[in-house]
Design a protein around this ligand. Structure first.
Ligand SMILES: C[S@@+](CC[C@H](N)C(=O)[O-])C[C@H]1O[C@@H](n2cnc3c(N)ncnc32)[C@H](O)[C@@H]1O
Length: 256
């Protein structure tokens, strides 16, 4: 199994804990401010990115059993965090059920609160679970989404293979992840992520390391064609990549 450069980018380099443990602890620490910082740093554009990603699951050519409004389909949201993707997926596609898993209890607790507040606890279940050992049987889900999660996996290929295992044959994986804009805008963006983001986040979240990690992990992550090559290597058919907002973010898809 290949080790990728980003596997070695750690939130708290010197702690002696594994990347998975460090990532869980970092998200536990920032959970209370995560949603606010997400909206603030992206200027709300992340909501549009999420909608675009979810729309990959609409229509008969997406996955036969998950047509919008049909009430069919089991969807898994891996690295669900505070549940934004799970909630939006349910509201837009009306599947039978959305299940979200995450390694951070702090993020999950907030997600569960949000799900209860909108009365969707019977339709959206959020629970503890690691992408690298998904707690479900083979061929369980019609579709899997991962928003801003794959970059944090300690073992990228293992996570993608586990997702493929729980997908039904013909099921679709949709990944939303930061990528790296090119050209002059790319330089400006690098400066924003390297200097401005950690500064704002230190003020607002008192966790500079979390947002220094964000910038470093984006830099090291295999994006675009490199990521579709990983999808292909891990056995997905028809891997595709689509850049959004001048390449700040990308949607990747693959079929089991
Ligand atoms: C940037 S947040 C994204 C949360 C949510 N998907 C969203 O769109 O807002 C990344 C999440 O990935 C989770 N995560 C990281 N590694 C994971 C793994 N191996 N398995 C499950 N969740 C993981 C973290 O705990 C965190 O909640």
């Amino acid at each position: 199994m290949t080790t990728y450069q980003h596997d070695r980018v750690l939130p708290y380099d010197d702690s002696g804990l594994s990347k998975t443990q460090q990532v869980a602890s970092m998200f536990d620490d920032i959970a209370g401010r995560y949603d606010f910082l997400n909206r603030f740093l992206s200027g709300g554009v992340d909501l549009w990115w999420r909608k675009k990603a979810i729309s990959e699951l609409k229509g008969p050519d997406a996955i036969g059993s998950c047509i919008i409004g049909s009430g069919a389909g089991q969807i898994l949201d891996v690295a669900t965090g505070t549940g934004d993707m799970a909630l939006m997926t349910f509201k837009r596609l009306h599947p039978q059920k959305v299940t979200g898993i995450d390694i951070s209890e702090g993020m999950l607790a907030l997600g569960k609160q949000k799900v209860h507040q909108v009365g969707l606890a019977a339709q959206i279940e959020l629970k503890s679970g690691d992408s690298q050992a998904i707690p479900f049987g083979d061929n369980s889900f019609d579709a899997v989404t991962v928003a801003f999660g794959v970059r944090n996996f300690e073992h990228l290929e293992q996570g993608l293979e586990e997702i493929k295992r729980v997908l039904k044959p013909g099921g679709k994986l949709v990944v939303l992840e930061f990528s790296r804009p090119k050209g002059a805008f790319g330089h400006l963006y690098q400066w924003y992520m390297g200097r401005v983001t950690p500064f704002i986040c230190t003020l607002l979240s008192r966790n500079k390391k979390a947002y220094t990690y964000l910038g470093k992990s984006i830099q090291a992550f295999p994006e675009g064609a490199d990521f579709t090559a990983v999808l292909q290597k891990t056995g997905y058919r028809q891997p595709s990549a689509k850049a959004l907002t001048m390449g700040i973010c990308s949607i990747y898809t693959g079929i089991k």
